[in-house]
Design a protein around this ligand. Sequence first.
Ligand code: SF4
Ligand code: SF4
Length: 446
Amino acid sequence: MSKFLEEKQQEQGFQMNRRKFLKAGAASALAVGIVGAIGVLPSEAMASQTGSQNGAKSKLHPNVDYGGATVRFVENNDQWLGTSKIVGSIKNTHAADAGFNYAIRGKLTPEARKESFHYHFVGKHPFNAALMGFVGVIAPDAMCGGKPAPEKLPIPDPEQMSQHIKDCAYYLRADEVGIGKMPSYAYYSYRSPSQDDLFKNGDDLSKSIPVTERMPYVITFMVDQHLETMLGSTGYDGISAGQSFRSYHASGVIAVILASYIRNLGYNARANHISNYEAVMGPCLIASGLGELSRTGDCVAHPRLGFRHKCAAVTTDLPLVPDNPIDFGLQDFCRVCKKCADNCPGGAITFDDDPVEHNGYLRWNTDSLKCTIFRSTNKEGSSCGRCMKVCPWDSKEQSWFHEAGTWIGSKGETSSRLLKTIDDMFGYGTEQIEKYKWWLEWPERY
Ligand code: SF4
Ligand code: SF4
């Protein structure tokens, strides 16, 4: 066991004892403190948060669940995407410059290149490898795109169609759905050669495919990575990659089916998912009102799920009414929290107070390459999602108490400090609950 994990587990034992004590006796006292700090009963304020307040209202999921956070809706314009400030021209990036593709090209370390192969194809963890293998089934272009049906069915009411599209995605088991205006910079400039090609040919990008599509709308959906599994895990043990791929494969299947349905209606639609992206998911999620950029760099946190999700998207010209981006106070919160940076085993997340310019927009200066190196070469499991596990926005339980906490956290910097303190006091995020550990570890493969 690493020193990092050992220290974290000792810390956790202390937190768990304190948690039992506090949960038994201190909840009501804390509630009084909350009311004092904010000046209103959380339950009253939260009651006013329920109901769809953004875009078309789904019939199957009429009450958007922000987990108690106070959410404000913001306009899209040239200076802002949601709460991310645009300070220059945002260039479309090459998909081969992202994450594991970059490692497989040999641009990081020889070990990261070799272990990325082990991780993806040979199967560092047999269960996770089975999940990853499945996303290959939905990878071909013929699954993701194609020509629409020759007859365009009339869409007299785009709002009703937006409601219907959200209902379709929820029916197909999405946990959160949004519709956004598609920013032109949210497309990759080129699709990467396949990872198989990159393994064989290293840094030869001659098989890259230019991305020429420009659609007005993007439909994005999140699938939860599973609360109990996250509570039972360190965040970087055997199940870590499996958690990601549980949500990647499920959101990918939704994207493929929904894009195919829209093409059957006579409109253009393309599925974008983990094994076939033309669109960059971060800006698509923000444009669709599903989250804000966080301290972890380009990762988007949702007010209830945090980053305990993976997503996929459909770009389309179906007439729709887009949602607005949201602001739940994450920029202020990340400025004071730094919990992910404290807990990142790869040392990838910045402790800076403020975001810096990156490719024409402001984001925290987190080193995604260090993250990729850690995830591919992790000797204590398969990949990593420790930042996802510890983030206070990742709902730890379904209770008024947690909802009150997130409500406080969305109220500005002072209240952010209060939520961070409550989160640490209860040991949230760093705890590991043994009864939820259902998967097998295969340390001989790590
Ligand atoms: S752990 Fe804290 S600093 Fe990190 S992303 Fe979550 S809220 Fe922001
Ligand atoms: S996934 Fe792990 S290594 Fe990467 S930033 Fe998050 S905590 Fe750090």
